[in-house]
Design a protein around this ligand. Structure first.
Ligand code: KIV
Length: 249
């Protein structure tokens, strides 16, 4: 896993769920490729990530692996796949067998036994704290984290616990920028922010948001640098009209 702690340019991280996207991201020089369980929403049309299964993650991790030669591939452990240390390790091994170089799970200090089991088995581990999409139903929505001093302290404690358990990197999702910056100063692991301000060691985006491929929802912090959905609509409409002889040509 590449490290950019306090030196060099920020780590550029993007998600992939299929072979062509993974191959293009790798060729573009992305530092890390994440097979995120957000694929449940942006690829599979599920309402949130809680319906994503190990089988889905294995299927997409294998496709991404086939497209990537250079960048390390991180795969998400999906909801309910890491309830005990044994379960976390067994499922982490399955993701590695499918082609992942590292695995990620959502949660802080309460998951240190799972993290320790994974790290002690020699599998590089990435943490994920702040807004946790797998907890969206319990929490009743996607909410910014670290707004109160207690929340900020808890996040810092969680980050330090993951760091001490051996996390190579920690995703900080939808965290107040000042808290994300404090965490970045406090841990050895590289922090990778999403909706957490600029003062982290890297940034991650869902590629569908970056390229405008999921026009029905885009988080406010995600700047689209292309409008792929519009291009697909245009090409498909042209094709339909052309076959019907209605394209005026
Ligand atoms: O599933 C995912 O894509 C993620 C990123 C949003 C960090 O976990």
């Amino acid at each position: 896993m590449p490290e950019r702690k306090r030196s060099g340019p920020p780590l550029a991280v993007l998600t992939a769920a299929d072979y062509p996207t993974a191959r293009l991201l790798d060729e573009a020089g992305v530092d890390l490729i994440l097979v995120g369980d957000s694929l449940g929403m942006v690829v599979l049309g599920l309402p949130d990530t809680t319906g994503v299964t190990m089988e889905m993650m294995l299927h997409h991790t294998a496709a991404v692996r086939r497209g990537v030669k250079r960048a390390p591939v991180i795969a998400d452990l999906p909801f309910h796949s890491y309830e005990t240390p044994d379960m976390a390790l067994a499922n982490a091994r399955r993701l590695v067998d499918a082609g992942a170089d590292a695995v990620k799970l959502e949660g802080g200090a309460g998951f240190v036994p799972q993290v320790a089991a994974i790290v002690q088995a020699g599998i590089p581990f990435v943490g994920h704290i702040g807004m946790l999409p797998q907890s969206v139903r319990e929490e009743g929505g996607y909410k910014k984290k670290g707004k109160t001093p207690e929340q900020g302290r808890q996040l810092l404690e969680d980050a330090i616990a993951l760091d001490q358990a051996g996390a190579a990197a920690i995703v900080l999702e939808s965290i107040v920028p000042q808290v994300a910056a404090e965490i970045t100063q406090a841990v050895n692991a590289s922090t990778i922010g999403i909706g957490a301000g600029a003062d982290t060691d890297g940034q991650v985006l869902v590629t569908h948001d970056l390229v405008g491929a999921f026009p029905w929802f885009r988080p406010p912090f995600a700047k689209a640098r292309a409008e792929i959905a519009g291009e697909i609509l245009r090409a498909a409409r042209e094709y339909v009209l052309g076959l019907r002889g209605e394209d005026g040509g």
